[in-house]
Write a protein that binds this ligand. Sequence first.
Ligand code: PML
Ligand code: MG
Length: 254
Amino acid sequence: MQGRKYYSVRMRAAKDGSHEQGGNHISGGELLSTFSDINYAVNSLLKKGLTHSRGRPDFMQIQFECINEPIKLVHPLKIETNEVESAEKGQALARKLLQQLGIPRKSIEKAYKLITENSGMRGAILFDIHLGERIDDRNEKGVRVSRMDWLDADFEKWADHFEVPRSPKVKEALVLAGKASNHPATIAELCWSDDPDYITGYVASKKLGYQRITKLKEFGDERGCRIFFVDCLEALDSYIHYLEKQPVFIQWEE
Ligand code: PML
Ligand code: MG
């Protein structure tokens, strides 16, 4: 892996116009690819965007660019699955985990209010745990964590070992959560899917790992959430730069 040239390959798809025109976000995807695999990478992102449960896109952008910076290797987060009976119980557990991570209760409540008001975003909200306020200025776009991947063979070995589904959705979420929580300013990430057919979500952090919660919303609900609880006000620009630009491979086995 080291010493090879990699390309960041990205896709975003929307319906009723592009994202810039106010269209509805359908799907996004991030990969790192060698030059010889770009064809495969572009096709897999194309398929992802074209066959999405949120609907048929009428706008899609796929782009690739060469990565010139060294790629950071990050270990996967430890994983735990919390089976819950209802979305209500799942959300109560999510709040409890956020409190365990030292986030003030008042900030958690404010964050939930923000989530309810911004459920159609394609990127993430950055929320300062001390101020109890959103601190990015990306409006409805949010911050898109990018330039990251996990080689399938290594992910599949890891998934079999920890008895986790080998699903691309789980892999993508673990890649993103692993990259983000590797930065010291990330205290926690709270996420659930905007896909109507997917109700599992998670609270991720360096301290408690990737805490999967089997139910955080009802089937059919297209409102998703991705919010980072951060402690980084004075270094916001470099934090956003890390999330968007630092190339990362998740790697379990050497
Ligand atoms: C997403 O679809 O955007 C996020 C999925 C989060 C949960 C993945 C999992 O099952 O662990
Ligand atoms: Mg989605």
